[in-house]
Design a protein around this ligand. Structure first.
Ligand code: RUQ
Ligand code: CUA
Length: 763
């Protein structure tokens, strides 16, 4: 079997050892394993429900907030395998996020008051919707601490845009989207003066501090939020909290609840009672009911005031135009969740055992009748709870958030204090089941559970505390996401997954078949703008350009080679390096770094990335590919030479090796053997319908790229041999073999793929 010549010895050896070991374990029966691992039948059942066999995929994909990490965590359901971290508000080295110029430009969008903010407190991810159903195109997530919003494109799972809220100082009630993703909502949490960098004392809290809600316009075509078409509504300083958009009959309205509508500002150091006491003194807070479609009209009519250059509909206008109402809700509520049919708004009490189900029909009828029980101190009409409530159900202690089942009227609500999930029927107002979770659940998530069409099946409890559930790792514990089977009447706890990255707040899960991300970019793409990169070049066009004190490199990456192999600069030069990955094969990413200059790029197939730095110290700095991309990955290297100003060479020749004619003959034999392998693989591939497999076509194109370099290099080793220059003859011949190995490697990968995917013989 000639083709094994291409595989290296140690690899074969390792494979052999693995085989021997598994053969001996294979003798154990299922009963033996249950006994040895002390597992029950119940455990076995749970395992069978979550286990995704090797090589198989998950049914749903979850996008979880990464809390204080400023990232998003992607995992599969039901396996609970973490698949990726998405870099959003925080630099992330693996993806080059914050270390290459393209991603730095995205992060720069999130600067506030001219300063970089390199972390985020992510809370609520939202998947873009079409007709109130998840469409799998975009993901949005908010930063509570520094009020910002990010857009992630699910075609490549990369963050494309960060915008900073122009008038808030914090933000919690976002991201939630309208049923067709025209707008993404953000609501202020902690009230503050809306004008940037303006001081007012807390004594003027009621007059000068304000909350609000921002509606960010999303341009789906561009895949970007459009600040010029976005606006806010000024609201009282009531600590606006979570929000949701209406859908179906309630489309056009948004709902935002609040806490601390007492407008208490603490001051324990001055002898005043603390925040917690002052903020929960009243029995109720306010649910804000807003006609956002009307707000859009007012914005378009210019009935706004510019604050920090941003359009704000002032409270007075909102009241006058009849688009803003308040409804008392049980005190310190948390989530407000619109039912899949859009008829009810469910508000969880937090400090109350009740969950209140408000009826949209009743709210509308009351507004129409002009039946207001009072006005708040700012003149906003207040609807009575009595007139608008559909029912109230006592679920347990600390209800927080609600998600929905595929079965009509069935909802799940998290009970923080009880550490339980309650399954209940909101139409009939009765509890159906309860299950304990570990511990202190915050959000919960069912599959597509906040869309118009929830899929049921699974529920994930996002628990705030793990306490004793995992092997101890010191005082800082991971969070615990617990998978629960909800396909039957009784809920069954299946699995605990530690989440070791920040405190995830909310998560959303989408049917995996709705996601169709690409595996490569069009060659020369700036992935952060989705446009051709100005630094892109094709193979053979690589160049280094010096202008003044700038050295600009237009280079390429392909197994196992960085072009150029040396970059020369003088101390003080600005160095800009653009690199295009010429590969087309799936998962052939190259990384790039330069020693001690704090730059890094992850260059996936087709992408062009740019790193930039000042060569402020003389010396020789190796650069290399940071992804183990091929057998000769370690050789994917080069030198940045930073010379002192005015430096002159004293030695002009490179050191020589001693190669002989016999060495050259060996090389020629090796090349002939390898060519035979390539020929046999090519014969196989062209004998089948490989063109029907886009994956294979990409690999074949890459293989031809490599093979295409062979004739020119063959001419070089033959010319050197004719001059008996055995060093050059040997090295160029070796290079021919390198191209052959890469060609063959791709060919074999393509062949295996075709064999496993049922390629058919063609005549
Ligand atoms: S939060 S635990 Cu959504 Cu930020 Cu409720
Ligand atoms: Cu390219 Cu390692």
């Amino acid at each position: 079997m000639k083709r094994f010549k291409l595989r290296t010895g140690p690899l074969l050896l390792a494979a052999g050892l693995g085989l021997a070991a598994s053969a001996s374990w294979g003798a154990e029966s299922l009963q033996d394993v249950l006994k040895r691992r002390n597992l029950s039948q119940q455990d076995l059942l749970a395992a069978a429900k979550t286990y995704v066999p090797t090589g198989k995929r998950d049914e749903f994909m979850a996008f979880s907030s990464g809390g204080q990490s400023g990232q998003v965590i992607v995992y599969g359901i039901p396996s609970m395998r973490i698949i990726k971290y998405l870099a959003v508000f925080t630099p992330e080295p693996w993806q080059g996020y914050g270390y290459d110029e393209e991603s730095k430009a995205v992060l720069a969008g999130g600067r506030i008051d001219g300063k970089d903010i390199t972390w985020g407190d992510t809370h609520h991810p939202a998947i873009s919707e079409t007709n109130a159903q998840y469409d799998g195109q975009f993901l949005f997530i908010n930063d509570k601490a520094n009020p910002r919003l990010a857009v992630i494109d699910l075609r490549d799972f990369e963050t494309k845009q960060i915008v900073a809220n122009p008038i808030f100082k914090s933000e919690h009630g976002g991201a939630f989207v309208t049923p067709n993703t025209e707008y993404v909502i953000q609501t202020a949490q902690y009230a503050a003066p809306l004008e940037a960098k303006k001081f007012y004392p807390l004594e003027e809290f009621n007059e000068k501090y304000r909350g609000g809600v921002t509606y960010w316009k999303f341009n789906r075509q561009e895949g970007r939020l459009d600040p010029s078409q976005s606006f806010s509504i000024e609201l009282p300083p009531y600590s606006q909290d979570l929000s949701d958009f209406g859908k179906g009959p309630s489309e056009g309205w948004s709902f935002t609840n609040s806490f601390c509508s007492e407008r208490y500002v603490g001051g324990i150091e001055k002898g005043r009672p603390p925040y917690e006491a002052g903020c929960s003194a009243k029995d109720t807070d306010y649910l804000h009911v807003i006609n956002w479609k009307k707000a859009v009209e007012l914005f378009k009519q210019g009935k706004t005031t510019k604050i920090n250059g941003h359009d704000v509909i002032m409270m007075e206008t909102a009241i006058k135009e009849g688009m803003l109402f308040l409804i008392p809700e049980p005190k310190s509520p948390h989530g407000v969740d619109v039912t899949p049919d859009g008829k009810y708004m469910i508000v969880a009490g937090k400090l109350d055992t009740h969950v209140s189900v408000f009826s949209f029909d009743k709210i509308m009828a009351t507004i129409k009748a002009g039946k207001f029980e009072s006005k708040d101190p700012y003149g906003i009409p207040v609807l009575s709870m009595q007139d608008t409530l559909y029912n109230q159900v006592s679920l347990g202690l600390g209800p927080l958030h609600t998600q929905f089942d595929s079965k009509p009227c069935v909802a799940y609500t998290s009970l923080y204090v009880d550490s339980q999930v309650a399954k209940w029927n909101y139409c009939e107002g009765k509890i159906l089941d309860k299950i304990s979770v570990h511990y202190n659940i915050g959000h919960l998530m069912t599959m597509e559970g906040d869309s118009a069409n929830p899929s049921g099946r699974y529920l994930v409890a996002l628990n705030k505390l793990a306490i004793d559930r995992f092997n101890p790792v010191g005082p800082l514990h991971p969070q615990n996401h617990q998978l629960i089977d909800i396909s039957n009447d009784k809920m069954q706890l299946l699995y605990d997954m530690p989440l070791p990255l920040g405190e995830p707040h909310y998560a959303v899960a989408i049917s995996a078949d709705k996601l169709k991300p690409g595996v490569r970019y069009k060659v020369g793409t700036n992935s952060r703008t989705d446009k051709p990169s100005e630094g892109a070049v094709r193979a053979g066009e690589e160049k280094t350009v010096r202008t003044g004190n700038t050295v600009e490199v237009f280079g390429t990456l392909i197994r196992s080679h960085i072009t150029p192999e040396t970059i020369e600069a003088e101390v003080g030069d600005e160095v800009i390096i653009h690199l295009t990955n010429l590969e087309r094969a799936q998962d052939e990413t190259h990384g790039f770094t330069v020693s001690t200059y704090n730059v890094h790029a992850s260059v996936e197939p087709g992408k062009t990335s740019t790193v930039k730095f000042k060569a402020d110290k003389e010396g020789a700095y190796p650069y290399y590919c940071t992804e183990f991309c091929s057998a000769l990955h370690l050789e994917m290297q080069g030198y940045l030479l930073v010379k002192p100003k005015g430096w002159k060479p004293t030695k002009t020749e490179m050191a020589k090796q001693s190669y002989t004619e016999a060495d050259y003959k060996k090389q020629i034999k090796k090349i002939a053997d390898t060519q035979a392998v390539i020929d046999s693989v090519v014969a196989y591939i062209t004998s089948v319908n490989y063109k029907d497999f886009p994956e294979v076509v990409a690999m074949v194109e890459d293989a031809f790229d490599q093979a295409g370099k062979i004739p020119a290099v063959t001419a070089k080793h033959e010319a050197a041999a004719a001059k008996k220059d055995w060093e050059n003859a040997n090295l160029w011949a070796e290079q021919v073999w390198q191209y052959q190995v890469k060609t063959a490697d791709l060919g074999l990968r393509a062949k295996t793929y075709l064999e496993q995917n049922g390629a058919q013989k063609v005549k």
